[in-house]
Design a protein around this ligand. Structure first.
Ligand code: SF4
Length: 509
């Protein structure tokens, strides 16, 4: 889209990852079209060319304009390591990543998204303003004030008001959408033509925000509290227009727990009646029934993803998410009967976890494999360490150590077979995520230097050594939760502390 707009505020909307990831981000799509729906704003997209190494001089996708020529740079950080990519993009544009190194000749940098909202301490090292909370109430206010007062004046106007942090502010409330039916949602969406991305070329629509289950490790549920749903009528209207505008016949629903939507079945039946297909990401096993799996199969879903996280009836109490082995087997059976693959997510490093628990998982997976049809990768198990996230009860939890993680991965690998694959997430990646998630001002400086060196994962440790920072402090010790001084969420810190103590106690053997 090339919008002609004289005298408009020029906003560079940066997604710090390659284009394919930006396309699949419904939040980014919505921000882009929301900004361009305002007649005094002209927003252009910037993405990374790669996930590491030197970036070329960043140019906008629309007009090839240079990043430094914009009034305002807005970047959304969805994953912790996106900060490093953002720093690489800014450096390539000749714009310092660290706020204190920029001057008034540089564009104003505003950071937002779930990661800066849950721990703004790192973000404040880089952003002139940090937007805390959901984009819909924050973005229009930000650009309106920037248009009226100039990009520099906006900091004075908005700093320390609800949803906006700048250095020196006390705690601000998270900005929140109260009624999803009355906020902007994109209809036309950009994509990678012919690539099948995202979701096999689908119209992406957000059905719900938040999740009522509030598992104790889940940052998304804690960030998006309270749970809200778009109405059936609103969703139907969006889908009708979205599939037509994008020339697609598939709808990808975005929701943390889709079947908690009160009209979930009705929505899927509507799609079927219209001859459309559906894609839904991870589903809670206890919200499924054979009828629902059947409906999903008829709508073209080929993989059923469930995340029990643990197969231990003891450990599940500690994270507040219990899916019994019997339930997982039953759901897998429904999926296999419809030639669907089953994807399971398990986490390692839960409170109270021992090798013996993980041996129990391996036994359970072997039993499950015996029931699987002779289909290659009938079960795909993805393993990852529990990454402690701010503003959740697990924020105080120690990251599992590398030796234990790798030993437990080996235990589970022994359960591999033709029908069952085990895919572990890299330990170093989870370690780096934890460092940034629970990071502070020092981590902002590390990100800056790490990006200068190329931003490769392995370069984190040499960078930290050269700056004299002990990374283990952020992973194996519980760093002070400074984020509580900056962001007020609806769950008080004392409740999180009590919930974590309960987690530890409830798993004691
Ligand atoms: S069910 Fe899933 S999305 Fe909901 S709180 Fe638990 S982990 Fe988060």
């Amino acid at each position: 889209m090339v919008k002609r707009c004289r005298g408009c505020l020029r906003v560079a909307l940066v997604y710090p990852a390659p284009y394919g990831a930006a396309v699949a981000s419904l939040a980014y799509q919505n921000m882009y079209y929301l900004l361009n729906s305002l007649d005094y704003v002209y927003a252009e997209r910037f993405v990374a060319s790669s996930t590491a190494g030197a970036e070329p001089v960043p140019r906008s996708l629309e007009t090839g304009s240079l990043l430094r020529d914009f009034d305002l740079i807005v970047a959304s950080i969805s994953y912790e390591l996106d900060y490093v990519t953002l720093a690489r993009i800014l450096h390539a544009a000749g714009i310092p990543f660290l706020r204190e190194e920029r001057n008034k000749e540089h564009p104003l940098v505003v950071l937002g998204g779930p990661v800066p909202s849950m721990n703004p301490v790192v973000a404040l090292g880089a952003g002139d303003l940090v937007a805390v909370g959901e984009a819909e109430p924050l973005l229009p206010l930000l650009v309106e004030k920037a248009y009226e007062h100039g990009a520099r004046g906006v900091v004075e106007e908005l700093a320390c008001r609800p949803g906006f942090l700048a250095p020196g502010c006390g705690a601000v409330d998270k900005a929140l959408v109260h009624d999803l039916d009355n906020v902007f949602h994109s209809v036309a969406q950009f994509r990678v033509p012919g690539s099948g991305e995202p979701w096999g070329e689908a119209y992406m629509v957000e059905a719900s925000r938040g999740c009522p289950h509030m598992c104790r490790f889940c940052m998304e549920a804690h960030f998006l509290l309270p749970t809200r749903h778009r109405s059936y009528e609103k969703l139907r209207g969006l889908i009708e227009r979205g599939v037509e505008a994008n020339g697609v016949s598939r709808v990808a629903f975005y929701a943390l727990s889709f079947f908690d939507h009160p009209a979930a079945d009705r929505l899927l039946e509507y799609l079927e009646g219209e001859g459309l297909e559906a894609s839904i990401g991870s589903l809670r096993a206890d919200m499924l029934s054979e009828d629902r799996v059947e409906l999903l199969a008829r709508l073209g879903q080929r993989v059923l993803t469930v995340a029990p996280e643990t197969l231990s009836p003891r450990l599940c109490r500690g994270i507040g998410k219990c899916m019994s082995r019997g339930l997982v087997e039953e759901v897998a059976g429904w999926a296999w009967a419809r030639r669907m693959h089953v994807k399971l997510y398990l986490m390692l490093g839960l409170p109270g976890e021992t090798d013996r628990d993980v041996e129990g998982y391996a036994d359970a997976l072997r039993e499950l494999s015996k029931k699987a049809p002779p289909m290659r990768e009938a079960i795909r198990v993805t393993l990852n360490p529990l990454v402690p996230k701010p503003h959740t009860p697990m924020q105080f939890h120690r990251l599992i150590d590398r030796a234990s993680y790798e030993r437990r991965v080996r235990i589970l690998r022994r359960a591999q077979s033709k029908v069952l694959s085990i895919e572990p997430l890299s330990y170093r990646y989870a370690y780096a995520q934890t460092v940034v998630a629970r990071g502070d001002e020092k981590i902002a400086r590390i990100i800056d230097e790490w990006a200068r060196r190329g931003g490769r994962l392995g370069q984190l440790w040499s960078t930290a050594r050269s700056l004299g920072v002990n990374l283990d402090h952020y992973t194996y010790e519980a760093p002070e939760p400074k984020w509580h001084r900056l962001v007020r969420l609806s769950i008080p810190p004392s409740t999180l502390i009590e919930a974590y103590k309960y987690s530890v106690k409830t798993v004691e053997e």
